[in-house]
Design a protein around this ligand. Sequence first.
Ligand SMILES: Cc1cc2nc3c(=O)[nH]c(=O)nc-3n(C[C@H](O)[C@H](O)[C@H](O)COP(=O)(O)O)c2cc1C
Length: 196
Amino acid sequence: MFSIVINRCWAMYSYKQIDPSEYRVLHPRPAYLIVSRNGSGRLNVMAASWVSPVSEEPPLIIVAIGRGSLTREYILETKEFTINIVGEEHLNLTFKAGTVSGRSVDKWKMLGLEELPSKYISVPGIKGSYGFIECVLNKVVEAGECDLLFCEPKAIHVREDLYTRYGWDLKKAKILLHIGGRAFTIPGKLLLAEKK
Ligand SMILES: Cc1cc2nc3c(=O)[nH]c(=O)nc-3n(C[C@H](O)[C@H](O)[C@H](O)COP(=O)(O)O)c2cc1C
């Protein structure tokens, strides 16, 4: 009955075709801060929203990174990085980290970032983030102008006041989602699907 009502509503909508390169149709999606370090110990940070878990056994995460970025260069050099989960309060920090390259400025210093020590790798997390994942590079696959960096999460640290056994407490953790350009949003509503 329920699905019939839904189907009748669908019949009322008309659709338009948009450009196949319009990736924003898959947004909003979380924006993260990727921290990397080169062989001499210089830290860099960039924003990334094309980040996704792709396997549970073993746990694997991919990050799609532009081939021209300094972050990619550092990660290929040291094979380590952290993925930092950020929220509404990190909006401007995230936008800056995603619009300036570490090739032209020391972003770590410019943004006044402080290190949160990692347990298994030499690259730190960011103090004040909601949490971070210690990642070790597993393999690289070319994809258009990006490289897909497959990584193994070695440890995950989360802010105790924000994380529950069901995941992020969305009443408190205003996870930052990127729409496109300067536009971001945050999750606004918890929806629970019917129990089977
Ligand atoms: C919200 C946001 C998300 C972004 N996501 C990605 C991404 O997933 N992959 C990517 O390569 N660049 C992404 N960028 C662009 C990079 O962060 C940007 O090119 C950055 O300047 C690279 O810095 P780097 O050269 O210091 O590594 C994003 C930018 C913003 C603002």
